[in-house]
Design a protein around this ligand. Structure first.
Ligand SMILES: [Zn+2]
Length: 332
C-alpha cells in the first residue's frame, strides 16, 4: 500500500512538471479550477501547439490586459453578437494567449478545450510566419487595399484554424449555429444602417471605419462557418427577415468565398509562401466583393482614396424596412 501511495505521489509530481513544460501559466484575479486548466491544456495539445511551451495568461480583465500587451487603446472584446473568450497576441518571443476568466468560469470544459485548440491554431500560424505581418507589398499602392487585405487575411487565418478543428472532430462553433443566425443577421443590417445615419459619419474616415468594423466580423463569421457548413450557416428554420438579410449581404458570395477557402491547407499544415501570397491577394478580391454587397466601394485617386455608399435607393429602403420589422417583431 505504502509503495502505491509513493508511486501516486511521484506521478502527480511528474504530471505537474509536464504541465509546466506544455504551458507557462500566469493568473491575474480569481483564476480557474484544475479541471478547467486541464481542458485548456487538452485543447493546446490537440492542435499541436505545445511543441514549445505556450504562454497563457488567465485574467479577470481581458480588455485591459490585451491593451497593455498590444499597446492598442481601442481594443474591445465584443464581436458581432458575441464576446471574445480568448485572444492570441504575437510577440517578439512566440505568442501570448490571454483568456477572459469570467467568461471561462461559466463555460463547460469542452468549450474551453475547443477555444484553446482554436487559439493554439493562431500560435502555430504565428510561429510559421503565415500571417499578414510583413506583406504590405501585396496590397498595391493604396491604403484602402491594405485595410481590406488585412480583413481578408484575418478571415483566412480563422478558416484554416477552424478547418483544423473540423478535421480533429470538434463540433461546429456555437457562434455559427441556428440560434446565432438571427441575431447575427440583425446585427449586420443594424450596424450598416447605423453607420449611414450616424452624424459622425459626415467624417468619411469615421464612416469607413464603422463599415469596415462590421465587414471584419462578418467576414470572420463566414470563415468560421465554412469548414462545417458547405451551404452556409444553418438557416432553414430562420425567419424570412433574417434569410432576406443573408441573401442581400452575402447570398452567392458564400460559394465564391468557400471556393477559395477549400483550396487552402488547415492551420496544422505549413503553407508555402507563394501559395500564401496568392491566397492573400484572392482574399483581398473577396473582401472588395463583400464590401460591394454591403453597399460600399473604395476608389483610388492620385494621392488619396475615397469611400462611397453605393446601391439603389430601393435597396436601402428595403434594408430599413427589414430593420424596422425585426425591431417590431422583437418588441411584440
Ligand atoms: Zn481566431
Amino acid at each position: 500500500m505504502v509503495s502505491h501511495l509513493a508511486c501516486a505521489f511521484h506521478l502527480d509530481e511528474y504530471l505537474g512538471l509536464m504541465k509546466e513544460m506544455l504551458m507557462h501559466l500566469t493568473t491575474e484575479g480569481a483564476g480557474l479550477d484544475s479541471s478547467q486548466l486541464d481542458a485548456i491544456e487538452t485543447g493546446l495539445v490537440a492542435i499541436g501547439a505545445t511543441q514549445d511551451s505556450v504562454e497563457v495568461i488567465v485574467t479577470d480583465n481581458l480588455v485591459t490586459k490585451v491593451r497593455e500587451i498590444t499597446g492598442d487603446p481601442d481594443y474591445v472584446a465584443v464581436r458581432g453578437s458575441g464576446v471574445v473568450g480568448a485572444k492570441t497576441i504575437p510577440t517578439a518571443n512566440d505568442s501570448v494567449i490571454v483568456l477572459n476568466a469570467p467568461e471561462f468560469r461559466r463555460r463547460e470544459a469542452e468549450d474551453l478545450e475547443r477555444i484553446l485548440a482554436h487559439e493554439g491554431g493562431h500560435v502555430l500560424l504565428n510561429r510559421r510566419g503565415e500571417t499578414v505581418t510583413g506583406r504590405r507589398h501585396l496590397a498595391g499602392g493604396s491604403e484602402w487595399q491594405w485595410i481590406l487585405l488585412c480583413v481578408g487575411a484575418l478571415a483566412l487565418d480563422e478558416y484554416r484554424i477552424e478547418r483544423a478543428l473540423a478535421e480533429l472532430g470538434y463540433a461546429p462553433p456555437e457562434s455559427c449555429d441556428l440560434d446565432h443566425f438571427e441575431p447575427t443577421m440583425f446585427m449586420v443590417n443594424g450596424e450598416i444602417l447605423n453607420a449611414c445615419v450616424d452624424p459622425r459619419s459626415d467624417d468619411p474616415q469615421f464612416f469607413m471605419q464603422q463599415v469596415i468594423r462590421t465587414q471584419d466580423w462578418l467576414s470572420k463569421y463566414l470563415a468560421y462557418a465554412a469548414p462545417f457548413y458547405p451551404d452556409g450557416p444553418p438557416q432553414a428554420q430562420a425567419s424570412d427577415l433574417a434569410r432576406a438579410t443573408w441573401n442581400d449581404y452575402v447570398g452567392d458570395h458564400w460559394y465564391e468565398r468557400t471556393k477559395l477557402y477549400s483550396a487552402l491547407p488547415s492551420a496544422r499544415e505549413p503553407m508555402p509562401n507563394p501559395q500564401f501570397d496568392t491566397a492573400l491577394r484572392q482574399g483581398l478580391d473577396l473582401e472588395i466583393a463583400l464590401l460591394k454587397l454591403l453597399g460600399f466601394e473604395f476608389t483610388t485617386e492620385p494621392n488619396s482614396y475615397s469611400f462611397w455608399r453605393r446601391g439603389s435607393d430601393a435597396q436601402w429602403t428595403r434594408r430599413e424596412a427589414r430593420f424596422r420589422k425585426a425591431v417590431d417583431g422583437n418588441a411584440a
